[in-house]
Design a binder for this molecule. Structure first.
Ligand SMILES: Nc1nc2c(ncn2[C@@H]2O[C@H](COP(=O)(O)OP(=O)(O)OP(=O)(O)O)[C@@H](O)[C@H]2O)c(=O)[nH]1
Ligand SMILES: [Mg+2]
Length: 718
């Protein structure tokens, strides 16, 4: 394969709702570029893109797959993404390295939730979009309805470049109002006839041509002036205008295709080559230090790894985009994150399962290499003295949380390793062993995502796992001051143990200073603070430990032991065994024994005094609260809202954006178990949401009672 220079490369991400035909379209593109000799199909499990066992068993894409095709002396790199939002991680990494999106719309369904979601993602990544209305050969295809739904969703952004003469079984061509030609196809060979527009279509074509010109003229002053002068624009000027409008996401040109019958595919590829930006003209890339690195083959060699995968017969494969310079086979580069030197012994151009060895890749190109020692997704490798680190891909926040354990306890360690591997390949799978909950918690983008993980663990790693509800990381705190004292005394032959401690505790609130006088249980206690230890707790919140001992009642050397005792109870709160937080402890008196007092005695006295005081200080359980943002079609809002209310959610605000409503709410994590699954079912898969930790808040009394009872029960069992 020849080397392509930067201006001869186009990087495209294929996007769209599940089943709209991205993988099938990609197959035709490879066929047109003669990268494959025969087109496979998703149902026959022989496409270049869906080549993994997992994808073939589900008959849909699960991973984002890099593909390339060669056409008109250009190299088109494509990333075929999965349509299910559960696998959105791959879409985010594709956006990082592709410059233009092709939004595929199923002509039977028009705009679907997936279409809107991906268009939104494209917008937030500043990527231009081309729309391909696909499956026009399908019996139920309705081009006009699909265009109508596109207009409803995207307004005047959408503009027709083509329209079909007939759809369904009779779909064999279309009129192109940019080229002002009619294209007809024979069967499904991709063979095309370029024809004059017939008289019967001339009027419609001319009208759409005029609309296209007006749209093209709008985004560049120079073109606008030309248009006013001449009353029209030439083909090349229209392209220029579309390019400008697409760059700012103000125009989305519409194309007609049937990926399955290879109709319109070549024409779409021509448009991509003529109008989509080459890497050097696309949006530029910045390093974390805000340095702009031009995509230029003359620059210092640098590449960014956007995906890591473990593949059969190849081991670890690193997919990358050349950010600058030329990457040659055998190049020695340095990982900017960890300083490791990496040699790129082999370079490949990738068309899914077909990989072609190449000797070099120029700035802007996308390919893969193997056997890097310690380079992961999101890292940059540089040549020369460059120390660039490009902004990492920001993956979507997890939406689904589950606890896992191996069905066979002996697999514990193996499971840990396998899960780490899975996280490397798919950074949207997060794995955490919670010491606090004593559970391994796995989070992902949805229930389906986790089920695929389960299947992968079983097939690729031979580990069976069980999924169960994760525990909630509750916290405990107090809401009133309290006092307690405790004497620890033990005399059993030899040396005894003795320590006595008097404490006051009160809630800690940021910005509120410590108190000097307390009236508790009818006693008035005045304190003289001599020293303070501030502990920022690992699990959030604070503990203040004040030394208020007078007259040497306890030696200063025993104070650390008392604090240690208090911390033991902070780590295992007296109510439910959860971490405690936000408390001030004042040690104001005590007693020592000249012989028997030692550290252990004061630790135990401190711990028990704290436990008693805690119980009297109107203790409360706190729970994690999450900010939840739901994006739902208007007609599903009723169900979405009532479901949220059943989850103790507090609605904070609502707004609408076209046909979608956005609800902002705060809800306790305990009520968000399997939320993604429920939301999907109440909205027929059309709503989506994000969640992010907000803060800890006290639980309502009825919930507290329930939790206390459950803890007592559990204690009995253990
Ligand atoms: N009639 C017709 N069927 C098509 C066309 N494109 C795809 N299909 C069928 O639609 C189904 C889904 O196609 P895919 O190519 O897997 O769709 P996808 O967009 O990759 O789906 P995901 O990977 O799940 O996101 C398959 O059964 C295809 O054969 C088309 O142009 N015409
Ligand atoms: Mg697919």
């Amino acid at each position: 394969m020849k080397t392509y220079s930067t201006e001869k490369i186009r990087n495209i991400v294929l996007l769209g709702a599940t089943g709209c035909g991205k993988t099938t379209l990609a197959e035709s593109m490879l066929f047109e570029g003669k990268v494959i000799e025969r087109r496979g199909s998703v149902d026959a499990k022989n496409t270049a893109s869906d080549y993994t066992e997992m994808e073939q068993s589900y008959l849909r894409s699960i991973y984002s797959t890099l593909l390339y095709t060669e056409f008109m002396e250009r190299k088109l790199n494509f990333i075929d993404t999965p349509g299910s939002d559960d696998f959105a991680g791959g879409v985010f990494s594709a956006f990082k390295v592709c410059d233009t999106g092709v939004l595929v719309v199923n002509a039977q369904n028009g705009v679907e939730v997936g279409t809107e979601i991906f268009a939104r993602y494209a917008q937030s990544h500043n990527k231009p979009l081309i729309v391909a209305v696909n499956q026009l050969d399908n019996e139920k295809a309705d081009f006009d309805a699909a265009v109508e739904s596109l207009k409803n969703a995207f307004g005047k952004k959408v503009v027709l470049v083509q329209y079909p003469l007939a759809v369904g079984n009779n779909f064999d061509g279309f009129v192109d109002v940019l080229k002002m030609k009619m294209y007809k196809f024979k069967g499904d060979t991709g063979e095309r006839q370029d024809l004059e527009i017939p008289d019967s279509e001339k009027e419609k074509a001319a009208e759409l041509h005029r609309i296209l010109i007006e749209a093209a003229a709008e985004y560049e002053e120079e073109l606008m002036e030309l248009f006013f002068d001449k009353g029209t624009l030439e083909e090349e000027e229209i392209r220029k205008g579309l390019r400008a409008g697409m760059k700012t996401q103000e125009v989305m040109p519409i194309f007609c295709v049937s990926g399955k019958k290879d109709i319109g595919v070549k024409r779409l590829m021509e448009f991509i080559i003529n109008v989509a930006p080459s890497p050097e003209k696309a949006r530029e890339y910045k390093t974390v230090e805000d340095e702009v690195v031009p995509c230029n083959a003359k620059g210092t060699p640098s590449l960014f790894v956007f995906k890591t995968a473990i593949e059969q017969h190849m081991g670890e494969v690193s997919y990358f985009r050349v950010m600058s310079g030329v990457i040659t086979e055998g190049a020695d580069l340095t990982n900017a994150a960890n300083g490791t030197k990496e040699r790129l012994t082999q370079l490949y151009a990738v068309a899914g399962k077909n990989r072609t060895k190449v000797t070099e890749l120029q700035a802007g190109d996308i390919g893969c290499t193997v056997k890097l020692k310690s380079t992961r997704t999101n890292q940059t490798l540089n040549g020369g003295a460059a120390a660039w680190q490009f902004y990492p891909i920001t993956f979507p926040q997890p939406k689904f949380r589950t606890a896992v354990k191996p069905a066979n306890a002996a697999d514990e360690e193996k499971l840990g390793e396998a899960l780490n591997r899975c996280h490397l390949e798919d950074p949207t799978i997060l794995v955490e062993y919670s010491k606090e909950l004593k559970q391994t918690i796995v989070s992902g983008q949805g229930e389906h995502h986790i089920n695929v993980l389960k299947k992968q663990l079983s097939t690729a790693f031979k580990i069976e796992i069980e999924l169960f509800n994760p525990k909630i990381p509750y916290r405990e705190t107090i809401t009133a001051p309290a006092i307690a004292d405790y004497r620890h005394k033990k005399q059993s032959g030899g040396a005894g143990q003795f320590g006595e401690v008097y404490i006051v505790i009160e809630p800690y609130e940021e910005g509120v200073p410590e108190k000097k006088t307390f009236k508790v249980d009818g006693k008035e206690i005045t304190l003289n603070i001599k020293g303070t230890e501030e502990v920022a707790l690992e699990w959030g919140g604070k503990l203040f430990f004040h030394n208020c001992i007078v007259g040497g009642a306890i030696d200063a050397r025993f104070l650390p032991a008392i604090l240690k005792g208090v911390m033991e109870k902070m780590e295992e709160g007296p109510l439910t065994g959860s971490y405690a937080r936000d408390i001030r402890v004042y040690v104001y008196d005590g007693k020592m024994h000249p012989v028997d007092s030692n550290e252990i005695s004061f630790r135990l006295a401190g711990r028990n005094a704290f436990k008693e005081a805690f119980k009297k200080a109107r203790p409360k359980i706190m729970e994690p609260i999450y900010n939840v943002e739901v994006l739902s079609p208007s007609d599903a809002m009723g169900s979405v809202m009532s479901d949220l209310q059943n989850r103790r959610a507090m609605i904070e605000g609502m707004s609408s954006d076209k046909n979608f409503e956005i609800v902002k709410a705060q809800a306790p994590l305990a009520e968000l178990n399997k939320y993604s699954t429920t939301l999907s079912s109440v909205s027929s898969g059309r709503a989506t949401y994000t969640m992010q930790f907000a803060e800890y808040r006290q639980v309502p009394p009825d919930v507290q009672d329930k939790l206390l009872k459950a803890y007592v029960e559990q204690d009995k069992d253990e």
